[in-house]
Design a protein around this ligand. Structure first.
Ligand SMILES: Nc1ncnc2c1ncn2[C@@H]1O[C@H](COP(=O)(O)OP(=O)(O)OP(=O)(O)O)[C@@H](O)[C@H]1O
Ligand SMILES: [Mg+2]
Length: 280
């Protein structure tokens, strides 16, 4: 389990650029969760996820992984990197290897896994991301489509068998098909028991993929709870400059003219329910 306790992060202290990026942030991530971290640009999302594996250090407070403060001297970096895998924004820009196999094997190799384990991890991770390993491992990563590249990049972190998978805007800059395939495979990984936390600007993704929302505003956590609860709080959503998912906005508009209507996250089901209600 990962726990953040009363953390403050200040960039460039003692300069005119001083920036309080996170203030008094506390949260816990338990096994099996799928968490969407949302908030406007500059609200502290990337800073928060970099705390999770020690890339950003708190100025105050603690980051505990399985009860151990990761910022104390005697904690092994390798152990943290193994347990907390982070997929950064546009990860495919960091590709360097000549084959997909070598690209995905880089992490496990660095963690001193045996040859046999490396192969198993690479194959398993590629399968989680929807590939047939034998038909892709010999290809050069640069020849893949945008969506495939992103999935290989995610596989290269999954291959380290992290306990928690953190993704910073995993679908940024992708077209609809690419987004859909990345999302569906992240969802499959989660169904397989992988704990995930992802940053997103896409409220549809947050609504359909997460079972918990953490919303940041100017470095403060302003909400931590279920997607249903978050997206039914119209005042909070507009206060922090976000927009509810389409299906909820659609339902709300209809409520004005129809009064009570049933609830469903699924647009087709909602339309059927409303149809039945008005006699169609
Ligand atoms: N290395 C850094 N040095 C100085 N200031 C930084 C640094 N990284 C982030 N900041 C500042 O801290 C604040 C939070 O940044 P952060 O990148 O965490 O936001 P974000 O929510 O991820 O934004 P975005 O949606 O644009 O990715 C911003 O004001 C940013 O300018
Ligand atoms: Mg960011």
């Amino acid at each position: 389990m990962l726990e953040i306790r009363n953390v403050n992060v200040v960039y460039d202290p003692n300069t005119i650029f001083r920036k309080e990026a996170l203030t008094n942030v506390s949260l816990q991530i338990s096994s099996g969760e799928s968490i969407a971290i949302i908030g406007k640009i500059g609200s502290g999302k990337s800073t928060l996820i970099q705390l999770f594996n020690g890339l950003v250090k708190p100025d105050e407070g603690e980051v505990l992984l399985d009860g151990v403060d990761i910022n104390t001297k005697n904690v092994s970096r390798k152990e943290i990197i193994r347990k907390v895998g982070i997929v950064f924004q546009y990860p495919e820009e960091q590709f360097f290897a000549e084959t997909v196999f070598e690209e995905v094997a880089f992490g496990p190799r660095n963690l001193d896994f045996s040859q046999k384990e490396i192969k198993e991890c690479v194959y398993d991770a590629l399968r989680v991301m929807g590939f047939d390993p034998p038909s892709i491992i010999h290809r050069t990563p640069f020849s893949l489509s945008g969506g495939e590249k992103r999935r290989v990049a995610i596989a290269s972190v999954i291959a380290m068998r992290p306990e928690i998978l953190i993704l910073d805007e995993p679908t940024a800059g992708m077209d609809y098909a690419g987004k859909t395939s990345v999302i569906s495979h992240i969802r499959e990984g989660r169904t397989g028991g992988l704990t995930t936390a992802f940053v997103t600007h896409d409220m549809e993704e947050a609504f359909y993929l997460a079972n918990r929302i953490i919303a940041l505003d100017s470095g403060f956590i302003v909400f931590d709870g279920s997607p249903e609860e978050f997206f039914s709080n119209r005042n909070l959503i507009s206060q922090i400059g976000l927009e509810a998912p389409f299906v909820l906005r659609f339902r709300e508009k209809l409520l004005d003219c129809l009064g009570e209507i049933p609830f469903s996250k699924n647009l087709e089901t909602l339309v059927d329910l409303i149809g039945a209600m008005i006699g169609h």
